[in-house]
Design a protein around this ligand. Structure first.
Ligand code: GLS
Length: 835
């Protein structure tokens, strides 16, 4: 249907903008058109930044075309849709990923070469979109890639922070310094501002009950707007394009007419700074809750705007509200969006005139909740007084939900006040708190953990009462996954080419299970050689970057052991750096003849510490200062290098991961919900050196335990050991004489003034909550096994690396997302026809 004008004109005009996938000149034309029009530059006045921007805009045109087709197709078909709510989207760069998913990388490479630019250089001009802290935010990015690739009708919703995760710098003495990340300064070619898609959001104000009904009127307070910005996400080998819709807060009126009329010009244009602040910056905490009012404002603005947007789409179908759960499912990525449950209740009751009971029936069929951690310090609980001030109507609704819920609990377990207190959504005490995880469980139809062990632990520990109440079926597991497009095809082109060549097709990119078929190749010398050369090339590429950026010369023949993740006590970068110091002392002790027998290692660290996390920052300082001593010690030479790469990002990960020989995954058993760098590293052929925790367990199962170096106390033993550590503490010398020697060396001032690390060492001397001393001996023993294999049987090493890599099919995010689609969302593929 052509709404206006002449059909023939429309059709010709639409065709004029089409570019064939392999039309190099056609692509060059679009790039140059963007140079001279969108960028308003002359062809002769070009730098690589402009070339990048014009190229990105040209690719964006392709994405938008697919985005429009997908949207029209889905609008016409009206399938059930899935909405993924995540407060973090750690996307990284988009250009390379987009041209690969479009199948146009060669065309763009050729076109940019013919225009005088090297495509690689253009890629490096792009800023990372770093709207996330770590695994949780990157998971959302992998999942939207898979949703698009599986042609699922799904969108992501989040916040458009003006500043992403801070830029990490290191002072001369190894301290982490934080600088803002102004990622939008150069404009973001990937987003489409939808200034017309804006929803009103209310904060504070008063609530008046409406007599003889469940309704209330919420008014007054502060109003602002949430404005939509879309980022199209192309699927691989499908025309389907998904969308991430991010919200930006804006004052309702650019200017205040009342102030203006009152003659106060300055006040009249001064937008309320409280509103401007809301989407200013990402909270930089991972696995750590911070009860700030601004954060609750972020959560509510995001959830209310997204829900209004979703409901507007649903109401166009003109169906009764009871059918809402047949058309939409909302997946809550952690508890950050839990307020959306109360918001749906509010809209249904107060605005759509539905009774409380009916609204609750609908609501509890719409939401599913993923838990991402059992760490108590990460569980969100809002102070009731703060909540009541900001969202008074929502608190009333939550009270009612809790009241009805506790009545049911009391009916099943009469006179069990302890149980009521344990399960209440409101934690009694001074002050009182709203427990968001409990609201999420009560308001959802499904709750899942992110790896087998984690899901079991949830059910056996923090959510035990809820399993008894809701039944086992309310809980499930969906093990995390990573997209093989970014984490193999894009970051490791040589290995991808080898795989495609050996399998005879690219089908593994959408069916990662096919990688298994290459396992027999591990027995062939030629294949091992090819695999090995690729690893060496990747290691050399990384070594060049490190030489250039940090001035540290690496030995590409050494074991590259990578521990790349947020800095956290539970992840135990401590265990690693203490073991490095132990290794250093052993090298120093050894005679020149014995040194020849020692295997060379390069330990690579990267990761940010939350700005307020003192102990995590001290660990960075220790790593950097150990590096300074070790890397410059003549006795050590090539045998040991310690590198801390500052400002870890998705882009840095893409260079680091293909170069690793060993994946260091050494969290205290029971603390790492899943981990995802473990999957990326294994897929790229790094052997797992890890504890029996999170997804390490499933990786070891799939790769085969023979391929891995597992060590340490098991989850079942951790509680007991922890108890002994804190109630019958034995001196460190007894727990681990090797570690005691390491501590002595640190305390001697070997890595900076004696005393700076005292508070860090004290965490181990005293409670040692994370069992660093208890696992130290077995970590050293596991490293010894690595030494033996590396020095003794390099062919066998490569064999294990191949088997590991080719056994990772299960960890494709396509598998995870398909599991969600089948087991939780009830949505099906809606693939745009190929024409
Ligand atoms: C996390 C967990 O700590 C990771 O183990 C997990 O892989 C990730 C995605 O499920 O979620 N939880 C969290 O708060 N930050 C994470 O990275």
């Amino acid at each position: 249907e052509w709404p206006v004008g002449q059909e023939a004109t429309w059709k010709t005009a639409l065709k004029a903008n089409d570019v064939d996938e392999d039309d190099v000149q056609g692509v060059a034309n679009t790039i140059v058109r963007h140079v001279t029009t969108s960028l308003a530059r002359q062809a002769g006045n070009m730098d690589t930044i402009a070339a990048y921007q014009a190229t990105a805009l040209s690719v964006r045109d392709q994405l938008i075309k697919r985005w429009n087709e997908t949207t029209s197709y889905h609008t016409a078909r009206a399938p059930k849709r899935i909405y993924y709510f995540s407060i973090e989207w750690l996307i990284g760069r988009s250009l390379d990923n987009a041209v690969l998913n479009l199948g146009m990388k060669n065309t763009y490479e050729d076109a940019s070469r013919k225009l005088g630019f090297n495509f690689e250089d253009l890629l490096n001009e792009e800023r990372d979109a770093a709207l996330g802290n770590g695994g949780l935010g990157r998971l959302a990015a992998c999942y939207i890639d898979s949703m698009a690739t599986l042609s699922l009708p799904g969108w992501g919703y989040g916040l458009r922070y003006n500043y992403g995760i801070f830029k990490q710098m290191l002072s001369k003495t190894g301290e982490q310094l934080e600088a803002p990340d102004p990622w939008l300064d150069r404009e973001n070619p990937w987003e489409i501002a939808r200034l017309d898609v804006a929803y009103p959001i209310r904060f504070y104000g008063n609530v008046e009950p409406v007599a003889n009904s469940d309704k209330a009127v919420w008014s007054g307070g502060m109003e602002c707007l949430a404005v939509a910005y879309d980022t199209p996400i192309p699927g691989y080998a499908t025309k389907n394009c998904a969308n991430i819709r991010l919200w930006s807060a804006k004052p309702v009126q650019g200017f205040d007419l009342n102030s203006f009329n009152a003659g106060n010009y300055e006040a009249s244009v001064h937008a309320s700074s409280e509103v401007g602040n809301i989407t200013q910056v990402l909270y930089p905490n991972d696995n750590m809750y911070q009860g700030k009012l601004l954060r609750l404002q972020q959560q509510y603005l995001w959830c209310s705007a997204s829900l209004q947007d979703i409901l507007r789409r649903f109401t166009k179908l003109e169906l009764p509200w009871t059918q809402l759960p047949d058309y939409i499912c909302i997946q809550m990525n952690d508890t950050h969006p839990t307020i959306v449950i109360a918001e749906l209740m509010r809209i249904l009751i107060d605005e759509e005139d539905i009774s409380y009971d009916q609204a609750w029936k609908i609501t509890t069929k719409v939401f599913a909740y993923t838990n991402h951690t059992v760490l108590p310090e990460a569980l969100e609980k809002w102070e009731v007084s703060l909540f009541e001030k900001l969202l008074p109507r929502h608190l009333q609704i939550i009270y009612r939900i809790n009241h009805d819920f506790l009545q049911q609990v009391a009916k099943r377990w009469p006179n069990d006040n302890d149980r009521l207190a344990r399960m209440s959504i409101i934690e009694e005490g001074t002050p009182k708190y709203v427990r968001m995880a409990y609201l999420a469980i009560v308001g959802s139809f499904k709750v899942n953990g992110v790896a087998e062990l984690h899901s079991q632990l949830l059910q056996a520990t923090i959510f035990k009462d809820f399993v008894e109440f809701k039944g086992r079926d309310h809980f499930t597991n969906v093990t995390n996954g990573i997209t093989p497009r970014r984490w193999l095809l894009q970051c490791n082109p040589e290995l991808s080419a080898l795989i495609t060549h050996s399998l005879g097709s690219e089908a593994w990119l959408t069916n990662a299970q096919l990688l298994k078929n290459l396992i027999p190749m591990a027995e062939q010398k030629e294949f091992r050689k090819a695999f090995d050369i690729i690893k060496q090339n990747n290691k050399r590429r990384l070594a060049e970057v490190i030489e250039q950026e940090l001035g540290i010369t690496l030995n590409p023949r050494s074991v590259f052991a990578a521990q790349i993740k947020r800095m956290h006590e539970y992840k135990r970068q401590t265990l690693n750096i203490f073991a490095i110091i132990h290794r250093y002392l052993e090298i120093k002790k050894a005679s020149p003849a014995d040194r020849k027998k020692i295997q060379p290692w390069t330990f690579i660290f990267a990761g940010k510490a939350a700005p307020g996390y003192y102990i995590a920052k001290l660990v960075i300082r220790l790593i950097v200062n150990v590096g300074k001593i070790v890397n410059n010690d003549q006795d050590v030479g090539d045998l040991l290098k310690v590198v801390f790469i500052p400002d870890y990002s998705v882009s840095i990960a893409e260079v680091l991961i293909p170069a690793a020989d060993i994946s260091v995954q050494i969290s205290t058993a029971g603390t790492e919900a899943s981990g995802t760098s473990n999957m990326k590293l294994a897929l790229n052929g790094a052997l797992l050196l890890g504890t029996v925790d999170g997804a390490n367990i499933e990786i070891a199962e799939d790769a085969g335990e023979d391929q891995c170096f597992m060590f340490g106390y098991l989850n079942d033993q951790v509680q007991q050991v922890r108890y002994n550590n804190s109630y019958n503490p034995t001196p460190l010398e007894q727990r681990s004489p090797e570690l005691a020697a390491v501590f002595k060396h640190i305390e001697s001032g070997a890595f900076g003034d004696a005393g700076i690390y005292d508070s860090l060492l004290k965490t181990v001397y005293e409670h040692d909550y994370y069992l660093v001393s208890n696992d130290f001996g077995s970590y050293l023993a596991a490293q010894k096994l690595v030494d033996e294999l590396w020095g003794g049987d390099p062919e066998e090493w490569t064999r294990k690396a191949i088997i590991t890599s080719c056994s990772m099919g299960d960890f494709s995010s396509d598998r995870s997302v398909q599991d969600y689609a089948d087991g939780i969302w009830g949505v099906e593929s809606e693939r745009v026809p190929d024409n």
